[in-house]
Each structure stands twice: as structure tokens, then as C-alpha cells.
Design a protein around this ligand. Structure first.
Ligand SMILES: NC(=O)c1ccc[n+]([C@@H]2O[C@H](COP(=O)([O-])OP(=O)(O)OC[C@H]3O[C@@H](n4cnc5c(N)ncnc54)[C@H](O)[C@@H]3O)[C@@H](O)[C@H]2O)c1
Ligand SMILES: [Zn+2]
Ligand SMILES: [Zn+2]
Length: 368
């Protein structure tokens, strides 16, 4: 079939929206008609050429939600008409990592996905004789996509798909950091550095887990106000002084749980330093720049602070995303509030501009 899609042709250049060919689903694959797709930092980062593992031409986009149109041989967990959220982090339920409760990093299709291929090593996207690669195994800046069954979360059809799309990346990353990676305990103190989509998700996750105090740190007053609306009990301007201010608020000890949601290594250091001596856990969500390293003074660790990283919030996508979408429907997560702009596929580069200028939290592409 012919579909419209936003193609990364050349690094550092705007995406080019055009018609491309999409072949039907092979065994274990699913054709999804997209209804909505969020625009995330990782798309912009890859388009810029800063990501050394990026490839072109590729159809970008990974925060998608849509409706199953057709299924390939052997697909049993979804059927035409089902509402699904796309997962750049799949869950095969069989690999050594999937059967462990300790991690969400499914190993089943990792190597081919990193190359921009579907699991059988080929692409369904093309233009004439030229194959086009599948970004993050999702390629959701497009009217339709073909994805492996194990990378689709079936969600309650009552949830508007533009809201469900947020759970495909940023929101689940923040929520999950608190709920699945840190497993934050009721009554504890949390500090969240950064109030973008990920940080605000962490604020909500901490609130859901029953944190008594939630301190959110950011540079933007507007975003700090949003953090308050979503459950932060204290807000604070970011910068080197924030460390002392947090220690002072916690009798000099630091917080039970800290979350780094900025991607800045200087802030990651702060998040380690402000984790409580004895048992404080620092969860790193941000993706640092190429080649950057995090310096940790060993004494911080010897004194009982711990550091964890979190990919996709530690969420096992097919299990946890439907649960989180249900919590949105139950009124626990005001996810709609995070959609700041609704744009068309042709306006995808505007979505990058808005993100670059920190205008709003999330732009969502709507496919008509
Ligand atoms: N681990 C994952 O699976 C995963 C998934 C999605 C995104 N990410 C990463 O998470 C990070 C956050 O993503 P986002 O979409 O929320 O980004 P964002 O840019 O919208 O938000 C980052 C926030 O950090 C704030 N900030 C800047 N300097 C600060 C400082 N010194 N102290 C406190 N706050 C400061 C900014 O004002 C901004 O509000 C990025 O690095 C992104 O790449 C990781
Ligand atoms: Zn993302
Ligand atoms: Zn697996």
C-alpha cells in the first residue's frame, strides 16, 4: 500500500513528508493504522545526526497509537479493530530478560531493530527498489506501520488514542521510573530533576506510589507550576544551589528517591548527591550526550546511596502499558493535560521547533 510518511533523508535536514510503499505483514507481524503519534526528543536527536547509531533513509516516530488493520500468520494476541500502543521496547515474554522480573530489556529482536529492520532482517518500507528503514522498530510518523506482534500493547478502546500515544514513550518512562524501577515506597520523599514529559511523569508516578513529599526542580516557572498541578508538593529552580537546598529540606540527609529527567550529566551528579545517605536511590532516566560520562565519588556509594538507570521506566510494555492506560481512564493520571499542541503529519518539523523552544510539553500528530 501507499502511505504518507515523514522520512529522514539526510541528517541535520528537515524530515521530508512523502508517499512511500508499505508491504503487508509477514508472519508474526501486524499492520497498524496510526491515529496519533507524539513527537519525542529521540526523534529530534536522531534527525540531527548527533546519534552515532542513526541511519537514513528511515521513517522516524516511535510514540504511536492506532488501530490494528491486518495480522500476519501466527499472530494471536491482537486482531483487526484492536486499539494498540506501539512499543520501541518490546516484550516477547520468552527471552531470559522477559522471564525475569528484574528487567524490561527484551532481547528477542534487539539486533535487527537496532539496524532498522523488522525481526526477519528485511524492511516493509520502501520507495521503488530502495528499502527504507524502520526507526526504533516503530516508524510511526506515518499513516500506517508494520510491526512485530511482540511490540504492540493492546489497550482499552475507551482511551482516546491521542492520549494513549503518550504512554508509548515519555509518560511511561517517567511514571515507570517511580513505579517499576525505583518501586518508590509510600510515605517517602522524592526529588525529581526536570519537568518535561519524563519528569512530570515521574512526579505523577511518585504521587501514585504514595510519596509524602515530592520536590520538583526545573529552570522553567511554567513547568514547575505544571509539576504542582500533577502532585509536586515543593518546587525549586534548578542550578548548583539546588543541592544544598534539598539537603537542608531533608535534615542534611537527602531524599529517599531522586529521579534525573534532564539528560544533563551535571544534574545526574546532583541527583546522586541528593539521594539519602544509607538507602537513597538515584534513578537516571535522561540520555546524556555522546561520549559524556557521569563522575561518582565512591564515598557516595559506600555511604549507602545507590544508582539505577531506567529504560522506558522499567515497564514491560505489553503488561504495563495497558495497566497505565487504565489508570488514566480511572482518573489517576491526568495525561490529557500533557498534550500542548495538535499538529498534522505535514507539520512534523514544526513539532521539532516547538520542542526545541520548550513550547509546551508534547506535540501530538493527528492522522485523519
Ligand atoms: N530512559 C528512557 O527510556 C527515555 C525515554 C524518553 C526520554 N528520555 C530522556 O529523558 C530526558 C528528559 O526528556 P523530556 O522529554 O522530559 O525532556 P525535556 O527537555 O522536555 O525536559 C527536560 C527538563 O529539564 C529541565 N532542566 C534543564 N536544566 C536543568 C537543571 N539544571 N535542573 C533541573 N532541571 C533542568 C528543563 O528546563 C526541561 O524542563 C531526555 O534526556 C530524554 O532523552 C529517556
Ligand atoms: Zn521517546
Ligand atoms: Zn523478551
Amino acid at each position: 500500500m501507499r502511505i504518507r510518511a515523514a522520512v529522514l533523508e539526510e541528517f541535520g535536514q528537515p524530515l521530508v513528508v512523502q508517499d512511500v510503499d508499505l508491504a503487508g505483514p509477514k508472519a508474526g507481524e501486524v499492520l497498524v493504522k496510526l491515529v496519533a503519534c507524539g513527537v519525542c526528543h529521540t526523534d529530534m536527536y536522531t534527525a540531527s545526526g548527533a546519534d552515532p547509531s542513526g541511519y537514513a533513509p528511515a521513517v522516524l516516530g516511535h510514540e504511536g497509537a492506532g488501530v490494528v488493520e491486518a495480522i500476519g500468520v501466527g499472530v494471536t494476541s491482537v486482531k483487526p479493530g484492536d486499539h494498540v500502543v506501539t512499543l520501541f521496547s518490546p516484550q516477547c515474554r520468552e527471552c531470559v530478560h522477559c522471564v525475569s522480573p528484574k528487567t524490561n530489556l527484551c532481547m528477542a529482536i534487539r539486533a535487527e531493530q537496532n539496524l532498522g529492520h523488522l525481526p526477519d532482517g528485511t524492511t516493509r518500507l520502501s520507495r521503488g527498489d530502495e528499502p527504507i528503514r524502520h526507526f526504533m522498530g516503530t516508524s510511526t510518523f506515518a499513516e500506517a506501520t508494520v510491526m512485530p506482534e511482540i511490540a504492540l500493547a493492546k489497550v482499552n478502546p475507551e482511551a482516546p488514542l491521542e492520549v494513549a500515544a503518550l504512554f508509548a514513550c515519555g509518560l511511561t518512562t517517567g511514571l515507570g521510573a517511580a513505579m517499576y524501577t525505583a518501586k518508590l515506597e509510600q510515605g517517602s520523599t522524592a526529588v525529581v530533576f526536570g519537568a518535561g514529559m519524563v519528569g512530570l511523569g515521574a512526579v505523577v508516578g511518585a504521587r501514585i506510589q504514595g510519596a509524602e513529599r515530592i520536590v520538583c526542580v526545573d529552570m522553567s516557572d511554567e513547568r514547575l507550576e505544571l509539576a504542582r498541578q500533577h502532585g509536586a508538593t515543593h518546587v525549586m529552580k534548578g542550578g548548583p544551589e539546588a543541592t544544598a537546598a534539598i539537603l537542608e529540606m531533608t535534615d542534611g540527609f537527602g531524599a529517599d528517591y531522586t529521579f534525573e529527567c534532564t539528560g544533563l550529566v551535571s544534574v545526574m551528579q546532583q541527583a546522586v548527591e541528593t539521594a539519602r545517605m544509607g538507602w537513597g536511590l538515584c534513578t537516571v532516566c535522561g540520555v546524556a550526550g555522546k561520549g559524556e560520562t557521569l563522575d561518582v565519588i565512591p564515598r557516595w556509594l559506600i555511604q549507602g546511596r545507590r544508582v539505577a538507570g531506567s529504560s522506558f521506566g522499567g515497564a514491560k510494555g505489553r503488561d504495563n502499558v495497558p495497566e497505565l492506560v487504565q489508570r488514566y481512564l480511572d482518573g489517576d493520571i491526568d495525561a490529557e493535560a500533557f498534550i500542548s499542541h495538535r499538529i498534522t503529519l505535514d507539520e512534523v518539523n514544526k513539532g521539532f521547533d516547538l520542542m526545541h523552544h520548550q513550547d509546551g510539553i508534547r506535540s501530538v500528530i493527528q492522522f485523519s
